[in-house]
Write a protein that binds this ligand. Structure first.
Ligand code: CTP
Length: 435
């Protein structure tokens, strides 16, 4: 039997949604002590991917380095334990439309994805695309207390062709990080368009239904991955993050720990592990919601990112995933709601997996994927099968792909411009050290 946990978490969900709305109004982030080094990264973070996550990780690493006195300026923290906070400025939908073209994901979904990244302490929503003198002064003022402003080493121009970061650069408050190779929103949009088209040409009876699968053009079975998943990157992504005592995240993490402890005591429960199986292709707000809900019910959430070999068309009658298993896993590792990630997991649950992770509950990204064999394994090992229904956000990539397809002309126009600037960036690209 599959037990639904969505209804029992409606209340928690409503609370989270309200908090996010409240946060949008109250964007002020107060600085309380000199020892906290605050770094600011802004951006659109559309179709939030592991390249964006790596940018946030590096920005936080810059802050750690400088707050301990390692920076060129001799350190901004005056001794003592170093604490850092990473504040993300999320550009509004209107500003993205004005400066780049239409965003794929509306602000609400972009907020959900950025907040879920473990290096993020807080978000300032609705920021302008342009870092005007007034806005930079506000960021550096007591109101936000920002110590430095960070962007990737790709040039960022305003519609009039000027450098969007000219002001923080002139003030000596700008720091650059290495842009992550082989991934971009532009690249993902291209894959989504192709996927949406392919799903319409499906030979299957129920066209449009993601689980029925569609046909992708044979020449493009999967875009060639250009991202290099090194061991050190996995280790950097998997490292635990500690939050400063003044961070909202510290508060939130502590509250969650206390709630869990209380629930455990009340129910006299053993330590619980929720094993979440799925492709996690084009990691999105629906995935965040899924993992978040799992984290409400279990002490530990293990995200099992299914291996490419089990997701081929002949095994699933679906088009292969748009991202390969390493790329899919990186986004899951960066998610604060995951305690561990299996990179290239088997598609089916086994007795051995249940024992290895001491699994108490299993959730499938897609309920229809549960087989008779999975049910038998669960019964034998005393594992509960839980169902997490989509509540606020869809986790189906086809839903996102259809949005792109519905605005094809606008997106193709945007793609043309972005592809030209990406090409120029790669042509002039030189080595930049990664923090
Ligand atoms: N970024 C990065 N590596 C990538 C993509 C983005 O380091 N592969 C960084 C950008 O340099 C920026 C931040 O992520 O500092 C937010 O980027 P965003 O404003 O979303 O826009 P783009 O740079 O255009 O990112 P994308 O090409 O993915 O749209």
């Amino acid at each position: 039997m599959i037990t639904s946990i969505s209804s029992s978490f409606l209340l928690v969900g409503a609370f989270v949604a309200l908090r996010i709305r409240a946060e949008k109004k109250k964007t002020s982030v107060k600085k309380t002590g000199r020892k906290v080094f605050r770094v600011y990264v802004d951006g659109c973070f559309d179709l939030m991917h592991f390249g964006h996550a790596n940018a946030l990780r590096q920005a936080r690493a810059i802050a750690s380095f400088r707050s301990t006195g390692g920076g060129k300026e001799g350190g901004d923290a005056e001794g003592g334990e170093a604490e850092v906070e990473l504040i993300v400025g999320l550009v509004s939908d209107e500003e993205i439309l004005r400066c780049k073209g239409p965003p794929v994901l509306p602000e609400q979904e972009r907020v959900k994805c950025v907040r879920a990244v473990k290096w993020v302490d807080d978000i300032i929503a609705n920021v302008p695309y342009e870092l005007t003198k007034e806005f930079v002064e506000e960021l550096l003022s007591e109101k936000y207390g920002i110590d430095c402003i960070v962007h990737g080493d790709d040039p960022c121009y305003l519609p009039d062709g000027t450098d969007a970061y000219a002001i923080p650069k002139a003030l000596g408050k700008y720091r650059e990080i290495k842009r992550t190779e082989g991934v971009s929103t532009t690249d993902l949009v291209a894959r989504l368009l192709e996927y949406a088209d392919a799903s319409e040409n499906t030979t299957s009876k129920s066209a449009g239904d993601e689980s029925s699968g569609g046909k992708r053009s044979e020449k493009n079975e999967r875009h060639e991955a250009r991202f290099c998943t090194t061991a050190s990157r996995i280790a950097q992504f998997a490292a635990k993050v500690s939050y400063s005592k003044t961070s909202k995240m510290h508060e939130e993490t502590e509250k969650r720990k206390t709630d869990k402890k209380q629930r455990k005591n009340e129910r006299n429960e053993e330590t619980t592990c929720c094993y979440v199986v799925g492709a996690f292709d084009v990691f999105n707000a629906g995935h965040v919601e899924l993992l978040e809900e799992c984290s409400f019910v279990a002490d530990k959430v293990v995200c099992a990112v299914i291996a490419d070999e089990y997701l081929t068309r002949d095994k699933t009658n679906q088009p292969p995933p748009m991202l390969n298993q390493s790329e899919r896993a990186m986004s899951a590792i960066a998610c604060r709601h995951c305690d561990d990630v299996v990179v290239g997991a088997p598609a089916r649950l086994t007795d051995d997996i249940c024992k290895t992770f001491n699994v108490t509950a299993v959730v499938f990204e897609n309920d229809d994927a549960v087989t008779e064999r999975d049910r038998n394994v669960c019964e034998k090992n005393g594992v509960q099968i839980l169902s997490v229904k989509e509540r606020v956000f869809s986790r189906k990539k086809l839903t996102i792909a259809k949005r792109v397809q519905a605005n094809r002309a606008l997106f193709e126009e945007r793609q043309k411009r972005k592809m030209a600037s990406e090409k120029a960036y790669y042509e002039q690209k030189a080595f930049v050290a990664e923090d």
